[in-house]
Write a protein that binds this ligand. Structure first.
Ligand SMILES: [Zn+2]
Length: 294
């Protein structure tokens, strides 16, 4: 049996085993060495966050039974995408594919913050009042579907090996749980690790209620994109223990930490002063009318 056949046959179980393994590891680490004190009841929060993950997992399997690896196999069959066109060695195609898909996810994440309708969906991930391993897995079902379609588009363009796609998905899932984990990593180790991976202290800045901090550190796996594109921010102003997690306008646990509230969140309220084009223009030097449009 060749590697592609093996991956296709065992994709779901490989991902499930990796998910439960990393989840358990982070959950124990959080108990042994927590970074911050949690602010809302952990059992209720966890039940609802994990409930949303279960719902998303079942929904994805029903909508896309062959998943992203199925799309990669189909693109290979059709000869679509860069690596199905070039004759590159498999290892090189795997490495470049994983890096390129990580860049695509970074760009997608920036877009979900800037476009008002997409920010409505992505707010569900940010509205969590605490920051731990379960935060890393909670996304609105519509955001999950859009992410999968964007991934399909990237696969069609890139033509990555099936193994590269599986590796990327396993890594992304494991890293999301790691860098959202409420774990303490000594400062010198964190500083060194940040050159190759996104660490919990680095990504926590992105979950600050302060909008300038939330608009930083969009990377999930590789920390390079934030440094390269100018969105890197080292630490939160209030420090990791003093900073507030979540979204300023949505602080009611019955809304943001209950399954019903999370599913409804994209459809309530307004998006003001945060997403692109929503901040009001103040005429420099005062006055209430912009002379250019008067
Ligand atoms: Zn975000």
């Amino acid at each position: 049996m060749d590697i592609t056949e093996f991956v296709m046959g065992h994709e779901a179980s490989i991902r499930l085993i990796s998910f439960f393994g990393v989840f358990a590891l982070m959950a124990v680490w959080e108990l042994l060495s927590p970074r911050r004190a949690l602010t809302v009841s952990k059992p209720a929060r966890w039940a609802n966050n994990v409930g949303l993950v279960a719902l998303n997992t079942v929904m994805l399997r029903l909508l896309f039974p062959a998943a992203a690896v199925g799309m990669a196999a189909y693109a290979a069959e059709q000869g679509w995408g860069l690596f199905n066109y070039l004759d590159a060695p498999t290892w090189l195609a795997v490495v470049i594919s994983v890096i390129a898909m990580d860049l695509a996810i970074y760009m997608q994440h920036v877009m979900f913050h800037r476009v008002p309708a997409l920010w409505r969906l992505h707010r569900v991930h940010h509205a969590d009042l605490d920051y731990d391993v379960t935060t890393g897995t909670r996304f609105h079902p519509i955001e999950i579907i859009l992410s999968m379609l964007i991934k399909f588009a990237a696969i069609v363009v890139l033509g990555p090996p099936v193994l590269g796609v599986l590796l990327f998905e396993v890594l992304l899932n494991a890293m999301a749980m790691f860098n959202h984990a409420n774990i303490r990593i000594p400062r010198p180790i964190d500083r060194a690790a940040r050159w190759v991976v996104v660490t919990p202290d680095m990504h926590r800045v992105h979950h600050s209620v302060a909008e300038d901090e939330a608009n930083s550190n969009f990377g999930f796996n590789l920390p390079w994109w934030d440094r390269l594109f100018g969105t890197y921010r080292g630490q939160p102003r209030a420090g990791h223990r003093g900073m507030s997690i979540g979204i300023r306008e949505y602080r009611d646990p019955c809304q943001v930490n209950r399954l019903r509230g999370m599913l409804a969140l994209p459809f309530i309220g307004t998006v003001a002063g945060y997403a692109i084009n929503r901040r009001e223009w103040n005429v420099p030097g005062g006055g209430d009318t912009d002379p250019l449009v008067r």
